[in-house]
Write a protein that binds this ligand. Structure first.
Ligand SMILES: [Ca+2]
Length: 122
């Protein structure tokens, strides 16, 4: 599982480029990444991250946490090799604020592995 953060063209909350690159709360995300994901750069518990993956009746349930005011796209991919098909989006949280923090997928039969990532954009 992976979390991708897409930077918008205009920067906003952080004071300067150096400040934007700091991870003051030690959660692994810079202030700028936290701004884009709508999480709190001063609270380590507030971070965009997967929190769970489990099987439920043959389906896969993914859980995550993050901000409410950032568009989130949940992507899926069967293989990470260069020749494999690209990521495909299986869920978009475009209506903000979002309260969606989980998704249940029914994988194709015969699939032996799946990769997931969340992309955010503001
Ligand atoms: Ca944080």
């Amino acid at each position: 599982m992976r979390v991708n953060i897409t930077k918008p063209h205009a920067r906003g909350q952080a004071r300067n480029a150096e400040e934007e690159q700091l991870d003051r709360d030690g959660d692994g995300k810079t202030a700028w990444e936290e701004y884009v994901a709508d999480t709190d750069p001063t609270n380590a518990v507030s971070v965009l991250a997967f929190t769970g993956l489990r099987l439920e009746g043959g389906a896969i349930r993914l859980d995550w946490k993050g901000g409410q005011w950032a568009r989130q796209d949940l992507d899926e991919r069967a293989d990470r090799s260069v020749s494999a098909p690209a990521w495909s989006c299986v869920l978009t949280n475009a209506a903000l604020p979002t309260s969606v923090t989980n998704f249940t997928l029914r994988p194709d039969t015969g699939a032996t592995q799946r990769f997931y990532r969340i992309r955010v954009e503001r």
